[in-house]
Design a protein around this ligand. Structure first.
Ligand SMILES: C[S@@+](CC[C@H](N)C(=O)[O-])C[C@H]1O[C@@H](n2cnc3c(N)ncnc32)[C@H](O)[C@@H]1O
Length: 467
């Protein structure tokens, strides 16, 4: 390690910034965020610099600092954009005994600036010892992706409790155990999910249960995994997968997404195929409950969004009835993912002012929804699970008044590498659907907007033209 990592306390102290270049302004912002006052020395200010200089805590001073300006400062940052001037100012700062950082010149600096990941008061500094700022940035991006956005809230929450917990639990080992349960359990989860009232409730339960040493009821995260492309996972989904002890996943979850889960996490397949008996949902519910009660970090991973034809609502209800909290993390539903992947805007000022998501079959294969109310020229209809009902969808919509020439698109395995797009008309829908039979999950998009699909993505354009 070529540099000593440390965090300076700058609260109420002065930092000197020399120059008004974009890097210099970045240093001003950082110093202000750490509670310092800033004296910025520069002869000219850009419009952006004027805005920064107008911030409370910043004083702009033309010309160069005198020795006592340096002596009164805790740190100096040099970034004038002129190497020779930078060198001279760095020497002056050093002679006055103030630690100095010169941008892009580690050999003239007493300290270097790390790449920083910030979440409120939580700060992570990354240094490669000056070897490669690009590598430090890459590491920062990776860390940014896995750290929850509300980590700073969790730090604040913990800070407020410190004294109270110290008084309640004088023994350090007990205190450590409590902190771990608080931060890693449902209480911390609720803070990270932005639910402060729930966090308070969990906190009280946790403090009370300590005396009784009962196990906690647990939490299940019901997480939407998006339509298939692993890059369409949300950051929250990724973070939860990386913390999970057990992941229950269904048939729409591909191996690449599953690979994002923590290596040690147990993976349990609970996929259901259409038409399978409903008691299997009962088994899934039971397995979720048992895992949560065993104190595991449970992720129930569902394709698309859990609340769009995903039975997430039923699972959440069941868990709540049994005293286990379900936190739902939304995902990109197939309609949005597939439409974007093939260039179909689901609404468009010239073609569609509403969009309806509908299932091709009702509960336990019951008859289709009432399509009469859906058939409007200025509406887009997205049919989930509709391939086997394509003939009925087509005939009912035509009977309800839609033109047989209305454009339709079928997107199979949307957003995945083997995505397939077919285009045609409502009249041709049954034939188009036949071609997709047994080809993985598929959506039917009906409406004028389907004609706007990117034709370059059609797998076999000659077939489409003949149709
Ligand atoms: C049980 S539903 C689940 C929907 C999911 N919760 C969502 O929000 O996308 C399954 C149906 O979603 C559609 N679907 C899911 N992923 C898809 C994909 N990648 N491409 C096309 N259709 C998809 C298909 O119609 C499939 O039969």
């Amino acid at each position: 390690m070529s540099y000593f990592p440390a965090f300076f306390d700058l609260k109420g102290k002065a930092a000197i910034v020399l120059g008004a270049t974009p890097v210099a302004l970045e240093r001003v912002r950082l110093a202000l965020a750490a509670g310092a006052t800033v004296r910025l020395f520069a002869n000219e200010l850009s419009p952006e610099a004027r805005l920064v200089v107008a911030s409370p805590g910043v004083a702009w001073l033309p010309g160069d600092p005198a020795r006592d300006d340096f002596e009164r400062a805790a740190l100096a940052f040099v970034a004038t954009g002129d190497c020779r001037r930078d060198r001279a100012l760095a020497t002056a700062a050093r002679e006055a005994g103030v630690p100095v950082n010169v941008v892009d010149q580690p050999e003239r600096s007493d300290f270097i600036m790390p790449a920083i990941v910030r979440r409120g008061d939580v700060a992570i500094g990354i240094s490669t010892g000056g070897a490669s700022p690009a590598l430090a940035r890459l590491i920062r991006e990776k860390i940014e992706r896995v750290l929850p956005a509300r980590l700073g809230d969790l730090a604040r929450f913990a800070a407020k409790l410190r004294d109270r917990i110290k008084a309640l639990f004088p023994k350090p080992a007990e205190r450590r155990d409590l902190w771990q349960r608080l931060i890693e359990g449902p209480c911390g989860e609720a803070v990270l999910a932005g639910r402060p009232a729930e966090a308070q409730r969990h906190l009280l339960a946790l403090l009370n249960r300590r005396a009784e040493t009962r196990a906690e009821a647990g939490v299940v995260h019901i997480v939407g995994a998006g339509p298939g492309d692993p890059d369409l996972l949300t950051l929250r989904a990724l973070q939860l997968l990386q913390q999970a002890d057990v992941v229950f996943y269904d048939e729409l979850i591909g191996p690449e997404i599953l690979d994002s889960a923590r290596r040690e996490a147990e993976r349990v397949y609970v996929g259901k195929q259409k038409g399978r008996h409903s008691h299997e949902q009962v088994e899934i519910n039971g397995a979720l409950l048992a895992a949560a009660r065993a104190g595991k970090r449970v992720v129930r991973l569902k394709g698309g969004d859990p609340f769009i034809f995903g039975r997430g609502g039923e699972e959440a209800e069941f868990l709540a009835q049994h005293g286990v909290e379900a936190i739902v993390v939304p995902g990109i539903t197939a309609a949005l993912g597939c439409a974007a992947a093939v260039g179909i805007p689901l609404t468009h000022r010239d073609h569609a002012n509403s969009v309806t998501f509908v299932s091709g079959h009702g509960r336990d294969g019951a008859p289709l929804a009432d399509w009469d109310g859906l058939a409007r020229k200025d509406r887009t209809i997205v049919v989930y699970m509709g391939l086997s009902a394509a003939a009925a969808v087509s005939s009912r919509l035509v009977a309800a008044g839609l033109s047989p020439a209305t454009p339709v698109a079928i997107v199979a395995r949307g957003t995945r590498r083997d995505q397939r797009l077919s285009l045609g008309t409502l009249r041709e829908l049954p034939d188009l659907a036949q071609r997709h039979a047994d080809g993985g999950p598929a959506l039917i998009i009906v409406g004028e907007v389907a004609a706007l699909a990117n034709r370059n993505l059609v797998e076999n354009p000659s077939l489409e033209a003949a149709a």
